[in-house]
Design a protein around this ligand. Structure first.
Ligand code: NDP
Length: 453
């Protein structure tokens, strides 16, 4: 069996050269699946794992647009449709200069397992562009989104592929993308999620990823009969996921003392309260400023800028009980993980996708802390996207309470499914293995039913 696992990993690496994040995501999942392939040999001959590693389809295209000076700009556009065995492809669009095919393949691969865990019928996909919305005017963002959608529109649809937001794609971008899709197709349909509330969006969608990550942590704490009351929490990022992680933690009695962006982080020992969070939401969502401004506004807080060439992130050296990495992939390396453990952090719930390196993950797993990987902890976002699709199909809207109630039930069911799968396959309490195995089984069984396609 060890030989099969190594050959699956080696093949994935040699067939997808130069895509380290994709290799990392595949290796993590494949290693978790060893006991499944051992006990369930029926998955081996039809090459279920090999087929899951190979995307159903990848679309890559040129996005040309005019900037405010009238100069032509060219970006790359992508959509990775990874696996559609259990439903239409579903996953966000990321606009960030770091975007490349390997990063989108890793995100799409993760999405397959995450969507499966939500209990809703959604396949996995991801897309985006190396376009950087930072520093662009609203008109430039609009022209870019229109050009991007002009090509993407022919590949997506409410029963085919339903994109959503991710880094750099929030309500503004979804609005421009939806407007162009509707113009091109002459139909009003649930082709994107994260829509505005007055044109088909779901209540709680904006909040869902951050709230869900906190619900996941609350479920983990409950296994030790604990709550957030009096706990100090470290949050990274200051975008959509981070903001609503802070909001839910405030509501449940936690004290959040950090936030960050790609330039640096703030530490506020007094805690980020409702008023301070409102300032951050205005700063990041409306004024589109830098997190450093928090410290100009609130005395007693400190700002630390990112140092070039650093070997660890000083945010993770702050004292706390719980950590919510909510910025980007690989933001917690081995040294960061060790710093967190040294400071007695014993709850880690990943709002971001794959924020911990494999070496960091190993430290968390060996330490036996309450550690929920992104594909379980941040599944609340796509879960409420799934609920938005259901509401669009019914042409009906649920109340805030109804959606939040469903979100809480889904996060509890993800939590329990992870624990149950981990226990069944011999690694009790390991949420990483549990998420990978539970997510895999549903997709694998559907693929078996569909034959060799
Ligand atoms: P946003 O664009 O709203 O915010 C991203 C935040 O992370 C910003 O503060 C940004 O800082 C920071 N950041 C981004 N890239 C880097 C980097 N390379 N180094 C340091 N900081 C960085 O994105 P979201 O909040 O939506 O997404 C955050 C994470 O959560 C991502 O991993 C995403 O894939 C994941 N996620 C999001 C979901 C959603 O529903 N939105 C669903 C599931 C997962 P700056 O402004 O300086 O770039």
């Amino acid at each position: 069996m060890a030989e099969l696992i190594e050959s699956l990993i080696n093949n994935a690496v040699s067939r997808n050269p130069g895509e380290p994040e994709f290799h990392q995501a595949v290796e993590e999942v494949v290693r978790s699946l060893e006991p499944v392939l051992e006990r369930r040999p029926e998955y081996r001959k039809p090459k279920i794992v090999e087929r899951m590693i190979e995307p159903d389809r990848i679309v890559q295209f040129r996005v040309s647009w005019l900037d405010d000076q009238g100069d032509v700009q060219i970006n790359k556009g992508f959509r990775v449709e990874m696996n559609g065995a259990i439903g239409p492809y579903k996953g966000g669009l990321r606009f960030h200069p770091s975007v490349n095919l390997g990063i989108l393949k890793f995100l799409a691969f993760e999405q397959v397992f995450k969507n499966s865990l939500t209990t809703l019928p959604m396949g996995g996909g991801k897309g985006g562009s190396d376009f950087d919305p930072k520093g662009k005017s609203d008109n430039e963002v609009m022209r870019f989104c229109q050009s991007f959608m002009t090509e993407l529109a022919r590949h997506i649809g409410p029963n085919t592929d339903v994109p959503a937001g991710d880094i750099g794609v929030g309500g503004r971008e979804i609005g421009y993308l939806f407007g162009q899709y509707r113009r091109l197709r002459n139909e009003f349909t649930g082709v994107l999620t994260g829509k505005g509330l007055n044109w088909g969006g779901s209540l709680i969608r904006s909040e869902a990823t951050g709230y869900g990550s906190v619900y996941m942590a609350a479920n983990m704490l409950a296994t030790r009969n604990e709550t957030f009351e009096g706990k100090t929490c470290l949050v990274s990022g200051s975008g959509n996921v981070a903001q609503f992680t802070v909001e839910k933690l405030q509501q449940l009695g936690g004290k959040v003392v950090t936030l960050s962006d790609s330039s640096g982080f703030i530490y506020d020992p007094a805690g980020i309260d409702r008023e301070k969070l409102e300032f951050v939401m205005d700063l990041k969502n409306i004024r589109r400023g830098r997190i450093k401004e928090y410290c100009d506004k609130f005395s007693g807080s400190e700002y630390t800028a990112v140092e070039q060439g650093r070997d660890h992130d000083p945010l993770w050296t702050i004292d706390g009980d719980c950590a919510f990495p909510s910025a980007t992939q690989n933001e917690i390396n081995e040294k960061d993980a060790q710093n967190l453990l040294d400071n007695k952090v014993y709850v880690v719930s990943e709002g971001a996708n794959m924020p911990t390196t494999p070496e960091g993950m190993k430290l968390f797993e060996d330490a036996g802390i309450l550690y929920a990987p992104g594909k379980a902890a941040n599944a609340g976002g796509v879960a409420v996207s799934g609920l938005e699709m259901a509401q669009n199909s019914m042409r009906y809207s649920w109340t805030r309470e109804e959606v939040d109630d469903r979100l809480q039930k889904i996060m509890k069911s993800i939590h329990d499914a992870c624990l149950e799968a981990a226990d069944t396959y011999g690694t009790k309490g390991n949420y990483v293995n549990g998420a990978n195995i539970a997510g895999f089984l549903k997709v694998a069984n559907a693929m078996m039913d569909h034959g060799v396609v």
